[in-house]
Structures are given as structure tokens and as C-alpha cells.
Design a binder for this molecule. Structure first.
Ligand code: SF4
Ligand code: MG
Length: 328
């Protein structure tokens, strides 16, 4: 496996106490595969990604357990210098907000070119040619003329393409994209997502797509890992999830996206709010919001049940949920 995260734990020390932002996450992605990590804000998806990339805010964030295996090497045991090399050349990240991730006072050509100057020892001139080539790859019109423009001169969608170009520059084996289209209009979202999926195929990369929007990733993901309160509550091939979720939270997310085959049906909204991580409910953290909850849910933390060889669910009543009795 290209990337394998095993029993990862991350905590934050805050004035009000210790927040267990990531609480035993296990997941992985292979070359050429797309894993979507789905969850509401505060579920621990971004923190997991930052821990994997080695860019966690430290302090107050601290990895307090687990392994992050990249091609079999535990990144958490490497020196920062070695991690930085891997981060540049072998794994790259795409952020939600290109405007703050890009340098506002440097032309996009110089920013793209710098990757080649720093990591590949290219001349400025050769690096600029590479920058134009990359801008072409991500389909920025008139790349040759726009290479000298600054980030603010591009539209949101075009800027996100530039971020993708930056991430692709050194042809990494893995890209982690954290809400890459959330800030964009719906039509532009689809275009950027299609581009990302296309490039991922072409380059044979592993792709981790972090999102709160199941609708955005349905067509491009191979697997989905659903996070809730710092845990993965369901992990399965995307088709299995669509056919029948094995966790009531997944069912809630699924029922709250518009679908063509459900036209006319009222959209469902999961009741209540995600838990405050300083006071996670006992037992199953989802129980205050769960239509299937009963007494055992309030006391016993559900283990990860094996639903099939490729599927897990952290719900005591996953069978009922699969049968469609989650009551939405
Ligand atoms: Fe709902 Fe209980 Fe399953 Fe948690 S364990 S998701 S509360 S049915
Ligand atoms: Mg986030």
C-alpha cells in the first residue's frame, strides 16, 4: 500500500482541556486509487491530513500514537529534513483556499518554476518553460501569456488549477486535497474535480480527497472513509456505500445530498450538531443524533465491526442500518 495510516491519535492542548481531535484512525490508499475522507467540520479530517503531511501546528497539536507508513516507512520516525524532502517530491497537498496558499507578491510562473529550481536544480529559463507546460496541463487558457500574472489576477477556479499544478509539479506519488473545491461555484467545482480525477488517472497517483460534501466525490472516489468525532465510523468501497450505508451517520449524509433518482423527495438533514470534542458523548459519539440509538449506544463505544472483507462500520446495529431501517 502507498499510504497506510495505523491507529493515529492526535491531541490538542487547549485552555479548556485536551481535545482528542483524531482518535485511532486507520486508513490507507494505493497508487492509482482515490480515497474520499468525508465528515462535518471538526470531525478530524484536516487534522489527520496535516499529521500525515507533517504540517500539524505544533504545539498545541501533538501526535500521541500510531503510524503513518508511506511505502512502508513510518514517516513519524523520520527527521524533519527527510520529511521535508518527501513532502516536496513524493507527497503534495492542495488546500481549500488557493489565495492564501499562494504567494500574493510572486507571479504564478515564478511560484511554479521555483519548484523546479529548488528541487530539480533547473535554470530559471527552463523552469519557466516547465511552468507554462504545467499551466497548460491544468488547462489555463493562454498559459504562455498568463505565466507572468499574479494569483489575484486569476478567478477562483483558475487559482485552484494553479494549486493543482503546484502539487503535480514534481509528479508526487500521493496528493492530499483538503476541500479543494469548497470555495468554488457548483459548476466550477465539477470542472476542477474532473480535472483532478483525470490527472490522477494519468499520473497513477494515490489521491486522498477530504470533503464534507459526499455529492462532490461520489463520481471520483474508489473508497470512502466517513469520520465522526475523530474516528472513522464507516469505511467501504463507494458503490457499497451508495447501495446501502452500514452506519446511520453515513445514511444521514447520503440522504442529505440531492440525487436525481430521488427528485421530489424532501432533503433530509441530520438533526443536532457535531459534538464538542472537549465533551464527546459517552458510548457511541453519534448517539444524541442517531435515529437508531438505544441504551447500549449510550454506554458502549462501538468497535469497528467487519461488515465484509473491504468494509467496516462502528455501529452496534450496522446490520439494521444495512437493511435500511435507519429511519430517515
Ligand atoms: Fe446509532 Fe447506536 Fe449505531 Fe451509534 S452505535 S450509530 S448510536 S445505532
Ligand atoms: Mg477542514
Amino acid at each position: 500500500m502507498l499510504l497506510e495510516v495505523r491507529d493515529l491519535h492526535v491531541e490538542f492542548r487547549t485552555r479548556d482541556g485536551v481535545v482528542h481531535a483524531v482518535n485511532g484512525v486507520t486508513c490507507g490508499v494505493d497508487a492509482g486509487e482515490t480515497l474520499a475522507v468525508l465528515g462535518e467540520s471538526g470531525s478530524g479530517k484536516s487534522v489527520t491530513a496535516q499529521a500525515v503531511m507533517g504540517i500539524l501546528d505544533t504545539p498545541p497539536g501533538r501526535i500521541c500514537g500510531g503510524q503513518v507508513l508511506f511505502r512502508g516507512t513510518d514517516l513519524l520516525t523520520l527527521k524533519e529534513e527527510e520529511r521535508r524532502r518527501i513532502r516536496g517530491a513524493e507527497m503534495a497537498m492542495i488546500f481549500q483556499d488557493a489565495l492564501s496558499a499562494l504567494n500574493p507578491v510572486m507571479t504564478v510562473g515564478d511560484q511554479l518554476g521555483e519548484m523546479f529550481v529548488v528541487h530539480r536544480g533547473m535554470s530559471r529559463k527552463a523552469a519557466r518553460a516547465k511552468a507554462v507546460e504545467l499551466m497548460d496541463r491544468v488547462r489555463i487558457p493562454a498559459a504562455g501569456q498568463r505565466v507572468g500574472d499574479y494569483p489575484h489576477q486569476f478567478s477562483g477556479g483558475m487559482r485552484q488549477r494553479i494549486m493543482i499544478a503546484m502539487a503535480l509539479a514534481l509528479e508526487p506519488a500521493l496528493i492530499i486535497a483538503d476541500e479543494p473545491t469548497t470555495a468554488l461555484d457548483v459548476t466550477v467545482q465539477a470542472q476542477v474535480m474532473d480535472l483532478l480525477a483525470e490527472l490522477q488517472h494519468e499520473y497513477g497517483m494515490g489521491l486522498v480527497l477530504i470533503t464534507h460534501d459526499l455529492g462532490v466525490v461520489a463520481d471520483v472516489a474508489d473508497r470512502i472513509a466517513v469520520m465522526y468525532a475523530g474516528r472513522i465510523v464507516e469505511s467501504a468501497p463507494v458503490h457499497d456505500i451508495y447501495k446501502a450505508p452500514a452506519h446511520p451517520y453515513t445514511r444521514g449524509l447520503l440522504d442529505s445530498i440531492p440525487r436525481l433518482d430521488r427528485k421530489g423527495r424532501e432533503l433530509y438533514a441530520i438533526k443536532g450538531l457535531p459534538p464538542n470534542l472537549l465533551a464527546v458523548p459517552p458510548g457511541c459519539a453519534f448517539h444524541p443524533r442517531c435515529p437508531l440509538a438505544r441504551d447500549v449506544c449510550r454506554t458502549d463505544v462501538p468497535p469497528l465491526y467487519e461488515v465484509s472483507g473491504t468494509r467496516t462500520s462502528a455501529c452496534h446495529f450496522w446490520k439494521e442500518c444495512l437493511d435500511g431501517r435507519a429511519g430517515s
